[in-house]
Each structure stands twice: as C-alpha cells, then as structure tokens.
Design a protein around this ligand. Structure first.
Ligand code: ADP
Length: 569
C-alpha cells in the first residue's frame, strides 16, 4: 500500500471515529429530549388541565350567576383541551364521561352529588396521568443509563484504537527515514555492504530498492577499482622484480619505497632492512648505498662484487614527477658486465693486432728507406714519388698502431706511469720541438706564454708531452695557414694549467663533449682523413691517470682552447 493511501486511510479513520462518536451522542441526547418532551406534553399537561377544571368546580360554590357561567365555560374549555391530549388507555372513556357529567352540571350547577362524581373522575384522570409520568420517567432514566454505557464502550474502543494509532503511525513514517539516513551515512563512510530492508509495496519499499541497487553498484565499482589497482600494482612490481638490472625506488623524502631482488643482492641486504627506511640512514651502514646516493658513478663504470662474481654497472637516476610535483626518484644500475667483457676482448684484440703489426710495418719502413738510398740502385722520378708515398703511408700506419697500443694500454688500466718531478717548461719545450716542422710547413707561428717561477709538477713527462703534442698537432692541423697557435702555462692554487689556443674553425657545442670519446671525429673537418679520433680519448686517459683534468673551450668561428691541469708536486 502506498504511503499516501495509508495517510489518507488514517485520516479517514479518525474522521469516522469522530463522526460515530458525534452521531451516537447526538442520537441519545435527542432520544432523551424526546422522552422528556413526551412526559411533559402527554401527562403533565393533562394533570394541569385536571387541576384547572378542579379549580373551576370550586368557583361554582359562589352564588354569583355570572361567575358560575364563566366557570362552566372555562371548565368546558379545559375539557376540550384535555380531549385533544388523550395519551393513556382509559383516558378517552374517562374524558367522555366527564363530558356527559359536564352537560348535566350545566343544567343543575348546584347538584353536590354531580359535583362529587366529577371531582372523583378528575382525580382519576390526574392519578392516571401521574402514574404514566412516573412510568415514563423510569423508561427515560433507563435509556439514559444505556446511552452512558454505549457511549462509554464506544469511547473505550475508539481511545484504544487511537492510542495504538498515536503510538505506531509516526514510527511507520519516521522509521524508514531514520534507517535511510543511517544507510546514507554508512555509504558516505564507504561501507558499501549496507542494505535497507523495508517491506516492499510502498514508496519506502521502492526507495529501499533504489538505495540497495545504488549501494550494490558502488560496492561493485569500488571492488573492481581496488582489484584493478591491486592488479596493476602487482604487475608493475612483477615487472620491476623481473628486470635484470638492480632498481631502487625512493619517495620525495628519500625514503626507500621499493628494492628489487637484484638490487637486494648487490646491496647485500634484505627487504625488511631497507623498505620504509630513509636512504641516508641505510647508507650509514651500506657502502654501495652511500656510493649510489653520492651519484659519483652516474654514467661511469662501477665494479661490484656480488653473488661470488664481479659485475659492472652504470648508475642512472630518473626523477619521477607529476604536474610539477616531485614524487621521488628511481635509481637504476644498468648491468654492463657483458659489454665490459666484450670491450675488454676488443681491447685485447686491438692490443695484439697493433703489437703484431708493428714488426712488419717497421720492416716495410726499413725496406722503403733502403729503396730510397741511391746506393741500392737508381729509381726514376715516378718510382721515387711512389716510394715517398709508401714511406708516408707506412709512417701513418706506425702512428695508428702506436696510438691503438696506447689506447689498449689505457683501457686495460695498464698505463705505466713513471712519476717524476718535472718542470712544466721542459714539457712544453719538448713538445714544441716535436711539432716544429709541421708548424713551419703551414707557416704557423707558435707563441709561448710562461708565467715566471712556475712550480714543478709530479708527472709522467712522456705521457704529458704526448698529450701536449696531440693538442699542438690538432691545433696546427685544424688552423688555416699563417695563423698563430698560443701555448700558455700558468699556475693556479694547487695546479699548473697547460693550454693550447688556435685560430681555427672552433667546435660546435653539440660535439664539444663527444670529441673526448674514442673514434669520434667532428664530421667534415678532417678533409684528408689523417686522424683516427683516438688522440683526445687517449689524452683524457693519460691526464686523468695522473689525477689531472682535461677540458676544451670553443665557440664556432672563434677557435678552440684545449687545456689540462696537473697537480703541483
Ligand atoms: P684526430 O686524430 O682525428 O685528431 P682527436 O681525438 O685528436 O683525433 O680529435 C678528435 C676530433 O676533435 C678531431 O677529429 C677534430 O674533429 C676535433 N678537434 C680536435 N682538435 C681540434 C681543434 N683544435 N680544432 C677543431 N677541432 C678539433
């Protein structure tokens, strides 16, 4: 049943209760009124008439004839009224007898006998009505008592029904609303298992159905979302766990969020010892973590001994951010052991090949020298030119093999350094001597700036001179003719700085860091392809092996300045 119908029925019920009570009360009050009226009219009036007639009879005693006539007339008038008000059995007959006696009395007003008989009859009439009055009064009283009982009973029933109505009806409307409010509160607190149980059939039933279906859908949605998120989390964790490279994930406060098994292996620690801890706290007792946090091995080879073998890694750090907000960072150790081993094999191969080539090339050089000698035999002009070409190429081959050997040495970490206290000027003089001829051929002036009283440096004289010769020969090679190459030596704090400045084309920014890499040559610069792209790479190794630093300053069109610095002895 609809709530609206229930409310209407409730109000109708109350209306009917009021109506029934009202009608019953009115009915009994009306009935009692009628009883009283009938008593008054039927009997009381007859008694009054009998009394009036009796009074007129008393008037007849007086001798006055006029008065007698009036009394008789009035007697007759009351008798007529009485005849009109006949209500009791025998009353009519009594009235008729009275009428006859009255006729006789008119003829003989002084008859005492007649008067006595009339008096007796009037008394009878009065008595008859009096008795009827008492009887009817008793009936009326009984009716009144009955009315009180009926009305009381009805009242009791109505009171009981209304009471239960008062007790139950507000709850009938308010309870579902309270339950619904409670349900909505629970849903707001994400308790989607909440359900409402109203009796179906009314608006609250429909409401409960709608609410339950909403809660169910929210529940499904929440569960599927959670399941999806958990699944995605698991998937990402599995991916990270299966990566061959060690990975450490930190949050924005540098606390460790995640470490994959490979990272745990190289760190030599366990999950529970690091997860949730601050990275710098872990670093206090873990050398590798300290090294990783310092970032000193970013893009550099890092050798780690773990699981009974040596492995090589390059550290990479990725900042993780979201809409300008830093979320943390990921440290990845790229396992480059394989490449390292390949590189080593290649270096060994290069070393062996260049070593093996050196002897036959030297012997070719020797043979060419002999061919050039007139004492062996005369050659014509064209043959002379060919021999000279062979000599040049042989020289170049020797240079390449020598550089390859140096490189192999540097790469295997086998640079043999013989440190000695050396005067910087000595290194410069030696280098200038080595490139003098080359400079003269291109009419290039070599200018030297010495700072007076330069301190000595602790270095390998040959290797350092090799680097400076490489700088100078590059400067001469990449400068136009008739230019000047400036060599400057100066001291700064704990170092002596050697620099070579040329007036060449300069180096574009994008190539500036790459020229120190092996085999790299700036495209389109080395027209006769005489370089190997190894000189600067070897120079870097030589300088860094002596705890020095090497760098270049250059702008396109403004020449280049190559420099290195070495610590003072
Ligand atoms: P290379 O044997 O080719 O000279 P290097 O390692 O000495 O090898 O130099 C690497 C590259 O750097 C060269 O090929 C050249 O393109 C560039 N380079 C070196 N020195 C200079 C310089 N002074 N001016 C312009 N470019 C230079």
């Amino acid at each position: 049943m609809k709530t609206k119908t229930k409310l209407t029925l409730g109000i109708w019920f109350l209306f009917i209760v009021i109506l029934v009570m009202g009608l019953t009360g009115t009915h009994y009050i009306y009935k009692m009124g009628e009883d009283a009226k009938s008593i008054l009219k039927d009997n009381y009036e007859s008694i009054e008439y009998a009394k009036a007639m009796m009074e007129q009879l008393d008037e007849l005693h007086t001798a006055d004839a006029a008065k007698t006539q009036t009394a008789l007339a009035l007697f007759e008038k009351y008798l007529v009224l009485e005849k009109k008000n006949i209500t009791e059995i025998g009353e009519k007959e009594l009235a008729e007898e009275l009428s006859l006696s009255a006729e006789q009395l008119k003829k003989n007003p002084a008859s005492t006998e007649l008067m006595l008989s009339i008096r007796e009859k009037l008394f009878k009439l009065s008595e008859m009505n009096m008795q009827a009055l008492v009887r009817k009064n008793n009936v009326a009283q009984k009716n009144a008592q009955q009315a009180v009982i009926y009305i009381s009973l009805l009242l009791a029933v109505c009171v009981m029904i209304c009471f239960s109505f008062i007790v139950n009806f507000p709850g009938y409307i308010a309870n579902p609303i309270r339950q619904l409010t409670e349900g909505i509160k629970q849903i707001a607190n994400k308790r989607y298992d909440q359900r409402l149980h109203f009796q179906a059939g009314d608006e609250f039933g429909e409401l409960a159905e709608a609410f339950n279906s909403m809660a169910k859908q929210l529940d499904t949605y929440e569960n599927s979302n959670l399941a999806k998120i958990l699944f995605e989390k698991k998937r990402i964790e599995t991916i990270i766990n299966n990566m061959q490279d060690p990975i450490v994930v930190l949050d924005e406060a540098n606390s460790i969020l995640f470490v994959n098994p490979q990272a745990l292996a190289v760190l030599g620690t366990k999950d529970e010892e690091v997860i949730g801890k601050h990275a710098s706290d872990v670093a206090l007792s873990n050398d590798l973590m300290r090294t990783l946090l310092s970032g000193q091995f970013i893009s550099k080879e890092l050798k780690i001994y773990a699981n009974g073998k040596e492995s090589y890694f390059v550290q990479e750090v990725f900042d993780v951010s979201n809409e300008n907000k830093k979320l943390g960072k990921v440290i990845v150790l790229k396992n480059i052991t394989k490449f390292h081993e390949l590189d080593e094999a290649k270096t060994n191969f290069i070393a062996t090949i260049s070593h093996e080539l050196k002897t036959p090339i030297s012997s070719i050089k020797m043979s060419v020298k002999l061919l050039e000698d007139d004492r062996i035999g005369l050659v014509n002009q064209e043959q002379k030119q060919l021999i000279s070409n062979i000599a040049d190429d042989t020289q170049r081959l020797l240079k390449i093999t020598a550089e390859l050997l140096d490189l192999a040495q540097a790469e295997t970490g086998n640079i043999q350094l013989s440190f000695r206290k050396t005067a910087p000027k000595a290194i410069v003089d030696y280098s200038i001597d080595a490139v003098k001829v080359m400079a003269e051929q291109k009419h290039i002036k070599l200018e030297v700036n010495y700072q007076p009283n330069l301190p000595e440096i602790n270095s390998d004289m040959e290797k350092t001179a090799w680097v400076l010769v490489n700088f100078l020969s590059n400067a001469i090679r990449y400068s136009p003719e008739n230019e000047t190459v400036t060599i400057t030596i100066s001291s700064e704090k704990h170092n002596v700085v050697f620099s070579v400045k040329d007036q060449g084309k300069g180096i574009e920014e994008k190539y500036r860091t790459k020229i120190f890499e092996r085999y790299f040559k700036v495209p389109g610069l080395d027209k006769n392809q005489s370089g190997t792209g190894l000189g600067l790479a070897i120079s870097k190794d030589f300088i860094e092996a002596q705890n020095g630093t090497i760098w270049v300053n250059s702008e396109l069109g403004e020449g280049s300045m190559f420099a290195f610095k070495l610590p003072i002895a």
